[in-house]
Design a protein around this ligand. Structure first.
Ligand code: ZN
Length: 470
């Protein structure tokens, strides 16, 4: 089927064609820097968005704004937790290269991020809404001219939820657009929305957006950390209520993303900008060993995320090839006129280059005493469990075509390309045994630089988000 190009992209495409041809002929004139909007969403499964086929109306605004996008159908997180994955998105590097592997760990100064690599001309702003992305926790505010982390972290019942909701996040971006945006400069704006993360607590007016008929009563012990705290001995609960609430959080956030983009487009044209939407990781809902959580494993629901790219020159199509969070940086820099470090393994997804069918993508996560690592190639998925001592404690191989739920691992076959590459990657990992246990008040020990200022209150926030046990 011939590719289609949205009418709204036609003028931008024409501009791009000039520059693309110019580049091909080695013209001396550089293309002018162009604007980029990067939206990352916490805990957003690809398959709960309409644009990825979800039957519930969770995302009419995202679907509308990205209807003409390049839609990457199989994009993966590099890590199943926020700081690690976000650092990969911003640096184009796998966790074992950027070495941010736990919470409250500063990104090393030598790890260059998108804002460091963009031309000086760009006005660079970030808006984060997760407590583990505040500057004190991750240390990247100085890479931006404006780093907005000013949010009230207390929930409606006074509990510290560690998140800013989508309405306040959109308000913060619009305030910046009206008061601080320099229209004579291109922009790089990164916005991290948090809403789909636990606790699933949409605003009152959204709380009844979705409902179900048959309940699914499940023991509380089946739920992830942070859902019930120590109250796991209570009566079973209807797990489908939690799916409804998760979807309502997405719908509320989608409404706010729509409000943001519609208002932005009134203030300033977005037609010539590159817009990307992805997630740091997904979420297990009523699946696998632990319901409603993410950082404990690398199953498909946990690491399969949306990746949507739209802008002038970007071909509107659905791409079935494998992509990764590490592709965001080369995509942004190729579009914006920055220099992408040559050693980076990611792919520019805004260009015409096809995704190689033999491509392998990698993901990992550390939970309790184990690190899980995976390599995915086509429909083959290899998985390793690494014990704290650094030894391989478990080997799994899944055929995702035959075993969608990852319920029946097969024997690991020697010589398999993805499995061998995963072992090679592991052999080169400077933190093979995984990071030391999560920060304690006053500092932690570990292989990397750790922000040494985790207070009791901040630890309580991490507990509320399910990030840390007792
Ligand atoms: Zn996250």
């Amino acid at each position: 089927m011939a590719p289609t190009v949205a009418p709204g992209l036609a003028s931008g495409l024409a501009t791009c064609l000039v520059f693309c041809l110019c580049w091909g002929l080695s013209c001396s004139s550089e293309p002018p820097p162009r604007s980029i909007l990067l939206i990352t969403v916490d805990t957003l499964r690809a398959d709960h968005l309409g644009i990825y086929g979800y039957p519930r109306s969770t995302s009419p605004n995202i679907d509308r704004w990205f209807a003409d996008a390049a839609i990457f159908e199989r994009s993966y997180s590099t890590e199943a937790r926020t700081p690690q994955s976000v650092t990969s998105i911003l640096s184009g590097r796998l966790p074992q290269e950027h070495r941010v592997r736990k919470y409250w760990q500063l990104v090393p100064d030598e790890i260059r991020l998108i804002p460091d690599l963009l031309p000086e001309a760009h006005q660079k702003a970030a808006f984060v809404s997760n407590a583990v992305l505040v500057d004190k926790a991750i240390g990247i505010a100085d890479r931006f001219e404006h780093y907005d982390e000013d949010f009230d972290r207390s929930g409606p019942d006074g509990r510290n939820t560690g998140e800013r909701d989508a309405r306040a996040t959109t308000d913060a971006v619009l305030r910046w657009l009206r008061e601080e945006r320099d229209p004579d400069r291109p922009f790089f704006v990164w916005i991290h929305y948090m809403d789909p993360h636990i606790p699933y607590r949409p605003p009152e007016e959204w709380s009844a957006a979705f409902s179900h008929d048959e309940p699914a009563l499940v023991p509380r012990s089946r739920f992830s950390l942070g859902m019930f705290g120590k109250e796991v001995d209570g009566p079973p609960v209807d797990a489908r209520d939690f799916v409804d609430a998760y979807d309502a959080e997405i719908a509320f956030m989608d409404h706010e993303i729509g409000r943001l983009l519609d208002t932005w487009a009134e203030l300033e044209s977005l037609d010539d900008s590159l817009m990307l939407l992805t997630a740091d990781h997904g979420e297990a809902l009523m699946e696998y060993e632990m319901y409603f959580g993410h950082g404990y494993q690398v199953y498909e629901s946990i690491i399969h995320v949306p990746l949507l790219v739209r802008g002038p020159g970007v071909r509107s199509a659905r791409h079935p090839g494998l992509t990764s969070g590490i592709d965001v940086l080369p995509t942004v820099l190729a579009f914006a006129g920055g220099a992408s470090p040559e050693e980076l393994p990611g792919i520019d997804l805004s260009g015409p280059a096809a995704i190689p069918p033999e491509r392998i993508v990698y993901a990992e996560t550390t939970f309790a005493k184990n690190t899980w690592r995976t390599a995915i190639r086509a429909m083959d998925k290899w998985m390793l469990r690494i014990a704290r001592e650094g030894d391989i404690a478990e080997w799994r191989h899944y055929d995702l075509a035959a075993d969608v739920g990852e319920e029946a691992p097969r024997p690991w076959s020697a010589g398999a390309s993805g499995g061998d590459r995963l072992l090679e990657l592991l052999a080169k990992d400077p933190d093979r045994a995984g990071p030391a246990r999560i920060a304690a008040p006053g500092g932690v020990t570990g292989p990397n630089e750790i922000a040494p200022r985790v207070s009791e209150e901040e630890l309580e926030t991490l507990r509320a988000l399910g990030y840390v046990g007792d």
